[in-house]
Write a protein that binds this ligand. Structure first.
Ligand code: AMP
Ligand code: MG
Length: 336
């Protein structure tokens, strides 16, 4: 199959919507990352999303709507808390989980009795959903377990000739996936940190739980190992070398730096020279991809402050890393 690269104009959007209505797959931009979209009400179309991504069936996908009213067809009922959150944070990078209607196929929710829904803040995403005339189930448009695509070129490098079309709209602005919040239990619970800062949610939800979920509200796709670059990534910590480990030459390593410049590495990517966590989130996946493509032995990543969008970046770094590292003189000590 030849993947159509469509521009996000009227003709491109009409073509993309037509593909969705016929049960095909279209990768499209949102403000977080590019999604691989299919008709959320067609089990067959969504099954192909799982196949193309190599995504395990236990990992539910988020359903995207173009207006808050559209949740009525997806959720059993809309509690006042959900109304309030939708009003405050939609369109935007906040996904809400609530009990689902029968019309939502089991493949979308991995058999869970709940469905995750959000309204993206991207004009192309909204126009596509409107033109298709149905909600879109869309996980990130990458091979399962790999870094999320924040540019249409990333989508093509992972999924070229496996999907019908990609709407090519350049880089995304938020750059990190949505925050996932469960409202399906008595107290709201954070299932995944993301593009909506926890601090902003806490203002409205003082009782918000952030401890790991168990039982029916669990978030099955939130795996400890994810976003893996091909080059092993190690989180930088301070301290002397530990008993077991190995040295690597700095110039054979890449450095994913937060704001300070680092010298003597084979390649350095700085997420935000100004120390702005929003900018860092927007740069994160693209910087990781560039380091991964640079033919290095290892990537060393600096920790970021766990506040604002830093919480989501730190979460992705933890799941992308293979271990810890320290700097010892001109070399990198990989802790084994
Ligand atoms: P993404 O890969 O960005 O599409 O994110 C989907 C993630 O949202 C999944 O991996 C789950 O962690 C979470 N999620 C989606 N649907 C549900 C649900 N019904 N209940 C709990 N978590 C969900
Ligand atoms: Mg993903």
């Amino acid at each position: 199959m030849k993947t159509l690269v469509l521009s996000p104009d009227e003709a491109g959007l009409a073509r993309a919507a037509e593909i969705i209505r016929r049960g095909g797959l279209v990768a499209f931009p949102t403000e977080t990352v590019y999604g691989l979209g299919a008709d959320a009400l067609s089990a067959q179309a969504v099954t192909r999303v799982f196949e193309v991504k190599g995504r395990p069936r236990f990992d539910p996908t988020i359903v995207h709507v173009a207006a808050p009213e559209e949740v009525r067809t997806l959720w059993k009922s809309i509690p006042p808390l959900a109304e309030m959150l939708m009003q405050r944070f939609w369109p935007g990078p906040l996904t809400l989980v609530l009990p689902k209607n029968r019309s939502v196929p089991d493949i979308v929710t991995a058999g869970l009795p709940t469905v995750a829904v959000r309204m993206p803040a991207h004009p192309v995403a909204l126009k596509l959903i409107q033109a298709a005339g149905r909600p879109l189930a869309a996980p990130s448009a990458n091979r399962f377990g790999r870094s999320s695509p924040t540019h249409h070129e990333h989508v093509l490098s992972d999924l070229d000739n496996q999907v019908e079309a990609v709407l090519a709209a350049g880089p995304t602005t938020v750059g990190i996936e949505s925050t996932v919040l469960s409202l399906a239990e008595p107290t709201p619970r954070l299932l995944r940190p993301g593009g909506t800062a926890l601090e902003a949610l806490r203002e409205l939800l003082p009782a918000l739980r952030v401890d790991a979920p168990t039982g029916p509200s669990s978030s099955p796709g939130t795996l400890p190992r994810h976003y893996l670059p091909r080059t092993p990534l190690f989180l930088l910590e301070s301290g002397p070398p530990e008993a077991s480990g190995e040295y690597l030459e700095r110039r054979r390593c890449g450095m994913l730096a937060f704001k300070e410049p680092w010298q003597a590495f084979g390649r350095v990517e700085r997420l935000s020279p100004a120390g702005d966590l929003r900018e860092a989130a927007a740069q994160f996946f693209a910087a990781l991809r560039r380091l991964d493509a640079a033919d290095l032995s290892a990537i060393v990543a600096e920790q970021v402050p766990e506040e604002g969008l830093g919480l989501a970046i730190a979460d992705r770094l933890r799941r992308a890393c293979s271990g810890r590292a320290r700097l010892v003189g001109e070399r990198v000590w990989i802790i084994r």
